[in-house]
Design a protein around this ligand. Structure first.
Ligand code: PGA
Length: 247
């Protein structure tokens, strides 16, 4: 595991974008695994800038999102498909047919998860997977207790996830969906390279739990310690409780 520490979220986002850029310039056909949430916003803005100003191209790349809420359509502003269009895809040249996200409105979500699993298997391992972390240690929507053998599936969201994501559902009558389709821990761990990003004081506890104790299924992100090509990018607040690991 390689750990890097940053004074602020902007420099962290730029470092993450440089890793993505290096992967893409070495292999323009790279398969990328992408997260949503607040964490990747700075990274996506920087990737958009690199595309506009420094010729970074996604034209031959393929992107697979980690997860999607069950019940939300692509036109719902809280859906991850909408998030990706707004925050990244409309600013870069990744072809429409190379963007994969589980459908939140599939009639049969279990079959949709199986379809996504088959799609990932067909395309082979991701070259680079970018992850945020939930305050309860989740990665994707693999909540505490998720098996290390898990694959793409429909999951129930943890209470902590629902309350944490309620900030995105502020309209009248809007509620956080209780289920999602997510890549499993197996899909995540099979990526050739993983970047884990975390910023802010609210992530200090889960980063400590994930990185400084023995891996356990109770803290899904702790499995990442077993990955042979993991880069952890933290701002000072998120790294605050790491103690000796920072030095
Ligand atoms: P956040 O969420 O980026 O909005 O903090 C991260 C996550 O829940 O994985």
């Amino acid at each position: 595991m390689q750990m890097r520490f940053f004074d602020d979220a902007e420099s962290l986002a730029c470092a993450a974008a440089q890793i993505v850029s290096t992967v893409l310039r070495e292999n323009p056909q790279a398969k990328l695994g992408l997260p949503t949430g607040s964490t990747p916003l700075g990274l996506y803005a920087e990737l958009a800038r690199l595309h506009a100003e420094e010729n970074l191209s996604f034209a031959e790349a393929t992107a697979f999102n980690l997860d999607e809420y069950v019940g939300l359509s692509a036109t719902s502003p809280q859906s991850y498909q909408y998030f990706m269009e707004e925050n990244l895809f409309k600013h870069i040249d990744l072809p429409l047919e190379s963007r994969y996200i589980p459908s939140g409105t599939a009639e049969d979500p279990v079959a949709e998860a199986a379809r996504y699993e088959a799609l990932l298997a067909e395309h082979g391992p991701l070259d680079l997977l970018i992850l945020g972390i939930g305050t309860n240690g989740h990665i994707g929507f693999n909540e505490p207790g998720s098996s290390w053998d898990s694959i793409c599936r429909v999951v129930d969201l943890a209470e902590e996830t629902i309350s944490s994501n309620a900030r995105f559902f502020t309209g009248e009558g809007e509620a956080v969906p209780s289920k999602a389709i997510t890549m499993g821990i197996t899909n995540i761990m099979s990526a050739k390279k993983i970047i884990l990003m975390a910023m802010g004081k609210s992530k200090a506890e889960c980063i400590k739990a994930a990185l400084s104790y023995e891996p356990t299924e109770a803290i899904p992100a702790s499995v990442l310690q077993k990955h042979e090509n993991l880069v952890v990018l933290l701002d000072d607040d998120a790294a605050d409780l790491l103690g000796w690991m920072r030095f």
